[in-house]
Design a protein around this ligand. Sequence first.
Ligand code: CAA
Length: 299
Amino acid sequence: PARSPAFQNSPTLLFPHFMNVAVIGSGTMGNGIAHVFAQHGFSVSLIDISQPALDRALGTITKNLDRQVAKAALSEDDKTATLGRLTTYTSIAEGVAGVGLVVEAATENVDLKLQIFRELDQFAPADAILASNTSSISITKIAAVTKRPQQVIGMHFMNPVPVMKLVEVIRGYATSDAVTTHVMDLSRQLGKTPTEVNDYPGFVANRILMPMINEAIITLFEGVAGVEEIDTVMKLGMAHPMGPLQLADFIGLDVCLAILRVLHEGLGNPKYAPCPLLVNMVMAGRLGVKSGEGFYQHT
Ligand code: CAA
C-alpha cells in the first residue's frame, strides 16, 4: 500500500514515548522479547500476574545474556546495562504508564487476549501502539475490542527470540500505514528483519510451517518412516536446523494443534485437518519439551 514519505524516517515525531515499551507475559516468548528490546536500548516494563514468574524470567534473560557474553557477542557492561533497563510489574495499569508500545505475549487464549487488550486500551497512553505476538489469533478481532483499532498490530517474533531474525508484522483490517511503518522501523532497530503480511488465518509463517509439521506427523502415523528417519530427511536433505517432529516438540504439540485448528476452521479446507495422532498425543498430555515427552524424550 502507498505510504506517506513524511512518516518513513520520523517515528519519534509520531510516537513520543517510543523508547519506553511494555511486554505482557514473561514466558518463553515474553522474556525473549523483553531481552531484545532492553539489549537495544529500550526501557522495558515486563508485566506478568505472578512475581515468581517474573523472577524466573529475569533469571532466563540473565542466562541468555551470559551465553552472548561467553561468545563475545556482548560485553559485560552491555549485559549490566541491558538488565538495568528491565523493570518488572504485576499490574498492567502501572506497567504501561508512559509507554509508546505494548507487546502482548500472554498465553495463546482468545478470551485472555481480548481481556488484556481491553485493559491495555484503558490504561496505555492514547497514542501508544498495542501489538500482539499471537501466532494465529486474528489481529482484527483483537483490535475490535479497543477504541484504537488503527493502532493495533501483530508483531510475531520467532523462538528463540534473541536468535531468530524474523518479525512477522501483521496488519489487521484497520491498522494504519503510519503504525505499520513505525513497527517495521522498530523491528529493524532490534536487529531483526520485519516482513509485512495481512491478517488471515495463520498469517504466513504458520500457514506454511504447520502443514509441513502436520504432514510429517501423518507420514509417521501412516508408517511410511520412523521419527528419526523423517527428521533426518528434512535436516540433511533440506538443510533445516531441526527436523519437523523435533521442531513440533520444541514449539509444543498443543500449540501446533491449536494453530492447525485455526487454519482448518478459518480457511475451511480439509488439507489443514490435524493428524489424529497429534490430537491423541495432546489429549494424552504428551506436549513435547515442556511436558518432558513428545516425539522424543526430553529429560
Ligand atoms: N538466547 C540467546 N542465544 C541463544 C538462545 C537464546 N535463548 N538459544 C540459542 N542461542 C544461541 C547459541 O548461543 C548459539 O550461538 P552461536 O551459534 O553464535 O554460538 C546459537 O544460538 C545456536 O544455539 P546452540 O548451538 O545451542 O544450538 P543449535 O545450533 O541447535 O541452535 C536453534 C538452536 C537456534 C534453536 C536452532 O536449532 C534452530 O534454528 N531451530 C529452529 C528454530 C525455529 O524454527 N524457530 C521457529 C519456531 S516457530 C515459532 O517460533 C513461531 C510460531 O508461531 C510457532
